[in-house]
Design a binder for this molecule. Structure first.
Ligand code: ASP
Length: 462
């Protein structure tokens, strides 16, 4: 096994070490030849001669050599290993590389994205992409530790399930055993996490994959994304905001120590106020938008429970009813406004909270409805037919067996990283995102199904 990363060579002056990695570059001065050996931690200069003849860039090599201090005038202060170099004793080429279709030692922003995604396994070699994946892994580990220490249970919920509308189109998966029926991939684990509260779990989280068939945008990947899904019983809205704020504050301090907050505690602003003052419900409150390390978190609260329904309100009756949920249909009305549900639904405020960072909505959540009659009223107002209501009977039934008051939130992990790192799109923080048209170029997905597969599923293509 490889047991030394490139960046650790700085502590090995005078020692003989073995390194594995890729050839980042080669400089041939005839008698003396330099290569920069690269692994995920950086590059180190390796010195050889005749023995480097066969080597070309991106070859995978093993070298054994002595770590030497460079003479003062050859020190390169720009890289971590700039004070040392490796004097080669032995070298082996483990695998030859053809010339790459894209450069990997640049930032890569100027390369056509379709090509970057087609060769994503090469694109991910660039240090910026490694950094993004590294910080994502650190972020998730931090979240797991933080919540586990606070008595949260990490619980998985099904991927093959039934619709949980969050306002997008579902992905359907045909059932072989029950021909003519379809599973829906979850747009979020919303119903399951609420049912876990009925089950008495009290504090749940999941690093959850969510699936939504909607068009990609800079801040939205096509198809799937990852969110920290969280739910708690016996809490009020303030508890959820306080916990989330502390979680992200500690996370930033530990994983992104160079970042600083515009304002702490984070401002809690009403929907009405931000719409009037900034014209948006996700204001960018940074003092200096050019500072890449500034993080302006804020909360938007007191959303109206409903908006007027439009044709874009996929699922909720698509413009045929008067109202659509501003968040989703399980969000509780502000108790003071319950009488307005009958009189003037658009005036009812919901117990919804959105987490905003540098002008992006990086999370949303709410206190949930836990009374069947209120849930029924909301179903009616959003135009559910009896048939549509039936799809959620299991929720109403579950709630009839003793349901704790509960609420939660779901910050998007990709969105948070995109905003915190100042990346132009969520695809920069996802290893294998879909490209335009929902294609996964590397695998050439989606692909056609064979005759036999379709027959087994009872499906005939039109
Ligand atoms: N299910 C919501 C979402 O995915 C989050 C929540 O209400 O907790 O946006």
């Amino acid at each position: 096994m490889k047991n030394l990363f490139v960046d650790q060579t700085v502590d090995k002056i005078g020692e003989t070490v073995e390194l594995y990695g890729w050839v980042d570059s080669k400089r041939d001065h005839k008698k003396i030849v330099f290569i920069d050996l690269r692994d995920r931690t950086g590059t180190v200069q390796v010195v050889g001669g005749e023995n480097f003849k066969e080597i070309s860039t991106e070859d995978v090599i093993w070298v054994k050599g002595i770590v030497k201090k460079r003479p003062e005038k050859l020190i390169n202060r720009k890289i971590k290993t700039g004070e040392i170099e490796l004097e080669t004793k032995e070298i082996k080429i483990l695998s030859k590389a053809k010339p790459l279709p894209i450069p990997v030692n640049t930032e890569g922003y100027d390369i056509d994205e379709e090509i970057r995604l087609k060769y994503r396994y090469l694109d991910l070699r660039r240090p910026r992409m490694f950094r993004n994946l590294f910080l994502k892994s650190k972020t998730v580990t931090f979240i797991r530790n933080y919540l586990t220490k606070r008595d949260f249970l990490e619980i998985e919920t099904p991927i093959l399930t039934k619709t949980t509308p969050e306002g997008a189109r579902d992905f359907l998966v045909p059932s072989r055993l029950q021909k003519g029926k379809f599973y829906a991939l979850p747009q979020s684990p919303q119903q399951y996490k609420q049912l876990l509260m009925v089950a008495g779990i009290e504090r749940y989280f999941q690093i959850a994959r969510c699936f939504r068939d909607e068009d990609p945008r800079a801040d939205r990947a096509y198809g799937e994304f990852t969110q920290l899904d969280l739910e708690m019983s016996f809490v009020d809205q303030n508890d959820i905001l306080t916990l989330t704020e502390d979680l992200f504050t500690q996370l930033v301090k530990e994983v992104f120590p160079e970042k600083h907050f515009t304002q702490t505690p984070w401002p809690r602003l009403s929907h009405k106020f931000v719409k009037e003052k900034y014209g948006t419900d996700k204001p960018d409150l940074r003092k200096n938008k050019k500072d890449p390390d500034e993080l302006a978190f804020s909360w938007t609260i007191d959303f109206p429970l409903f908006t007027e329904q439009s044709e874009e309100d996929y699922f909720y009756g698509s413009g045929k009813a008067k109202f659509a949920p501003s968040h989703h249909m399980f969000t509780a009305p502000n108790p003071d406004d319950i009488p307005l549900l009958n009189k003037d639904p658009l005036k009812v405020r919901g117990l919804q909270h959105d987490l905003v960072l540098n002008g992006y909505e990086v999370g949303g959540g709410s206190i949930r409805i836990h009374q069947s009659e209120v849930q029924n009223k909301v179903f009616e107002l959003i135009g559910f037919t009896e048939e549509q209501k039936k799809q959620f009977n299991h929720m109403l039934e579950a709630f009839s067996y003793g349901v704790p008051p509960h609420g939660g939130i779901a910050p998007g992990i990709d969105r948070f990283l995109m905003a915190a790192l100042g990346e132009p799109s969520v695809r920069e923080v996802i290893a294998f995102p879909a490209s335009s048209g929902g294609k996964i170029s590397i695998m050439d997905a989606p692909s056609e199904a064979g005759e036999e597969q379709l027959r087994e599923l009872g499906i005939k293509l039109r």
